[in-house]
Design a protein around this ligand. Sequence first.
Ligand code: PMP
Length: 388
Amino acid sequence: MNPTHNRMRNSLNFSGGPGALPEVVLQQVQAAIAAVPEVGLSVLGISHRSEWFARVVAEAEANILHLLGLDSGYRVLFLQGGATQQFSMVPMAWLAGRTKAADYLHTGYWSGKALPAARREGPVRVAWSGEMAGFARLPAADELELSPEAPYLHYVSNETVEGLQFHRVPGRDDVPRICDMSSDFLSRPGEFHRFAMIYAHAQKNLGPAGVTIVVLRRDMLERARGDLPGFLDYRVQAEANSIYNTPPVFAIYVVLLVSRWLRHDIGGLAAMGRINAAKAARLYAAIDGSDGFFRPWAARADRSCMNVAFNLATPALEARFLHEAAAAGFSGLEGHRSIGGLRASLYNGLTLEAVERLVAFMEAFRRASRGAGERASFHRQGVLASKN
Ligand code: PMP
């Protein structure tokens, strides 16, 4: 395959993660692998103890706080172990040894993964579960009964697998809110000052896998348990400015480049949010206008701007869709292995033009398959029925 063809293919990467990164950032990364302009060394071979890298971490932290509209009352840490490690680090720091249960919302696949990790450390109360509704919707505000005594509330702002996104901040302002924003971090503006802690791995909207961003209100550091191994201790990591041991220099450098792109090229989260909303609106309009040929997974009010999960009438038709999409240059459209179906992920690096091309492909596929949807009985009927 030639480089132009590959660039086109890469621009049509709808993967759920690791996701597509902006083309301009990829060009800068390519140059930095040969030599970082201001250093003259490859980014893959620069010491994490160099002054240059300390500046990378400081600027990335400042950019992220600026984008979120947060002040120095918060710290930004760059940790390893993925979002999965945060499922354990959070309860290790703030739940172990407590008698009052932490409140957890169980809204889909990933919030479900946080539960057993938390239960290992201390008491957990599932304050709401979407399991009976097939994880096809999120709780309404009046369905949540949250404890004022919980050490914290944990939830996932965007369920990557099911494509469910909170369009409000749930929870009580008198209980620390801890949120896994792995799949919608820095994708739109929000009331980030209402969170005690936010975490997000990089490999969707921010960079490559290997680094997880933790945004922590400083008082949470003071409250964290103090007898953990240094690597797992937020306070130790904060004191070391995320250089407690050898950090993933390359991944953090790419996060810096993406944070510059968001600040200076895109113009901040309000602008990014407008672009992402336009992308999602275009795709949902195509799904809604398909006369039931494409069938959205998520309840309308909770539809995600980042992950659009949908089905066709039969698994065979879905397989044909994926096959023909791949031949047309699209990738990453298969649904998560846990629920199957189809999913288009629209992370920051994916352009509106790519969504337009997908929509055109979907419409052509529908015309060519006319009748296939109506003839077959819908294989997710049960799930759909329980959504209403
Ligand atoms: N939380 C969410 C919302 C996710 O989407 C994922 C993975 N896609 C994870 C956690 C797990 O992340 P990791 O693989 O970085 O541990």
